[in-house]
Structure formats: C-alpha cells, structure tokens
Design a protein around this ligand. Structure first.
Ligand code: ATP
Ligand code: MG
Length: 139
C-alpha cells in the first residue's frame, strides 16, 4: 500500500441535482484528501478526449453529450490506496447493481448518469490527472 492520487469527477447530473456537497462530504468522511479542484464546462471534443478509451462503444456519443451538458467538478484526491478506495465508495457503474451506501446507489439516475467518475488504475489516473491538471504530478 502506498500514497496514490486519483481523478474524481462530480458529473453534470449530480451538479445539476445539487449533490456536490453531499458527495464531497462522503469523500471527507473517508479521509480522501482533495489536493486540486476545478469547475469545468467540457466541450464535446474535450469529453471525447477524456473518454477516448470508450470511442468504439455504442454509448460513446450519448456519454460525451452528457458529460458536456453542464458544469462538472473535477478533483485530484490523494491517500493510501485511493484509486481502489474511491471506486469502492462510488459503487458499481450501474446504480441498479451498486451496494447500499455507495455514491452511485444514493445519487445515480442510471448507468450513464451515474453521478461520479473515478480513475480505475494508476495508468489511467496519470492520464486523467494530466488531462485536467497539466504539469501536476500523478504520484
Ligand atoms: P467512470 O469511468 O465514469 O468512472 P466506470 O469506470 O464505472 O465509470 P466505464 O465502463 O469506464 O465505467 O464507463 C464510463 C462511463 O460511461 C460510465 O461511468 C457511464 O457514465 C457510461 N457508461 C458505461 N456503460 C454504459 C452503458 N452501458 N450505457 C450508457 N452509458 C454507459
Ligand atoms: Mg471508467
């Protein structure tokens, strides 16, 4: 176990619904340290660049339209084993399968409008942190 950094996003659905404060409260309750934050309004092109790994998926157009539909709060979180711990606190991608008490169980609407993003591995965390915070160290 070591100190890691990960990229979290409070997605446009959760921002619109007014859940940003509740989600940050959950991060803080879990002792996730917020070391950088930006409010962004992604263009379609910026959302496509961020989710490039999903470009061949049938939901890509819809996902990137959603992610560019309004403000999103992008944060770098730091802590021990933070990548896996954030994923655990977020819950399953589809809220129908998310465990009780997870952010997605509490605040997601469906598999696409699922309230939060968290990097899924050290390599993706490095790419995603650099995408929004150029020059920032990812570890
Ligand atoms: P994220 O990458 O946002 O943290 P994740 O790693 O749990 O979520 P991915 O498989 O990477 O899930 O999918 C990226 C995002 O694409 C999901 O969070 C969701 O918003 C959307 N998505 C995933 N699967 C579907 C689907 N079947 N239909 C519509 N949207 C989807
Ligand atoms: Mg993912």
């Amino acid at each position: 176990m070591s100190i890691e950094r990960t990229l979290a996003i409070i997605k446009p659905d959760a921002m619109e619904a007014g859940h940003a404060g509740d989600i940050i409260r959950i991060f803080e309750a879990n002792h996730f340290k917020i070391i950088a934050a930006r409010l962004v309004n992604l263009s379609k092109q910026e959302a496509e660049g961020f989710y490039a790994v999903h470009h061949s998926k049938e939901f890509f157009a819809s996902l990137t339209a959603f992610m560019s539909s309004g403000p999103a709060l992008v944060m770098v979180l730091e802590g021990e084993d933070i990548i896996a711990r954030l994923r655990e606190v977020m819950g399953a991608t589809n809220p129908a399968h998310a465990a009780p008490g997870t952010i997605r169980k509490l605040y997601a609407t469906n598999v696409e409008r699922n309230a939060v993003h968290g990097s899924d591995a050290p390599e993706t965390a490095a790419f995603e942190i650099a995408y929004f915070f150029p020059g920032m160290e990812s570890v």
